[in-house]
Write a protein that binds this ligand. Structure first.
Ligand code: SF4
Length: 186
């Protein structure tokens, strides 16, 4: 499988991350922190798209140390990153979350994980989609799918609007969204 480099991560986030991961990525850059659910959802996604463990540790440390200091990062957070990569504990190689799992999660106050189509207010969802370049009829069609609780179809329509191509398989996994996006853009 392919690798992604830290140098490219902001560009990739902007061009090829699905809304759920864009949101976590932006919040991490903004707040230099994510709560547990968000760390799990984003960290496993990044692992899945090919961010190597060493780069993952560099990436998370650069953000978290601005908030909690490097010592606390090393003590409290580095373990769980390594754990997600199967380097600690039971050494399970954890798989990135599917849409179904993310959609059925229950983010609380201050959490940023979950699926924007399911968990954002309409206003915040519209703003996030506008930022991705979605507008006009596409926006109406997407909001229609959200109203009928077809969140993955809403995400598929978003993919199609953003990339200008059809996505025949439909979106069922954030990592699949990423792979299809790279295929379309590279
Ligand atoms: Fe992420 Fe899936 Fe929701 Fe799209 S439908 S935002 S890929 S969880």
């Amino acid at each position: 499988s392919s690798e992604i480099s830290l140098r490219d991560i902001d560009r990739l986030a902007n061009n090829s991350f699905p809304p759920c991961m864009r949101h976590l990525f932006e919040k991490l850059r903004e707040d230099h922190h994510l709560k547990h659910g968000g760390r799990m959802q984003l960290s496993l996604f990044l692992k899945g798209v090919g961010l190597k463990l060493e780069d993952a540790l560099t990436f998370w440390k650069a953000e978290f140390s601005q908030k909690v200091g490097t010592e606390r990062f090393d003590k409290e957070y580095a373990y769980s990153i390594r754990h997600n990569y199967g380097k600690e504990g039971k050494r399970t190689d954890y798989t990135p979350y599917s849409c179904q799992k993310i959609i059925s999660s229950t983010p609380g106050v201050g959490d940023h994980h979950g699926c924007p189509y399911r968990h954002f207010s309409e206003e915040n969802l519209r703003a996030a989609l506008t930022k991705m370049g979605v507008g006009g009829h596409a926006m109406d069609d997407i909001m229609q799918k959200v109203q009928t609780r077809h969140y993955q179809l809403a995400c598929t329509l978003t993919f199609e609007a953003v990339h200008g191509i059809s996505c025949d398989t439909g979106v069922n996994h954030p990592n699949q969204y990423f792979i299809e996006s790279r295929k379309a853009l590279e």
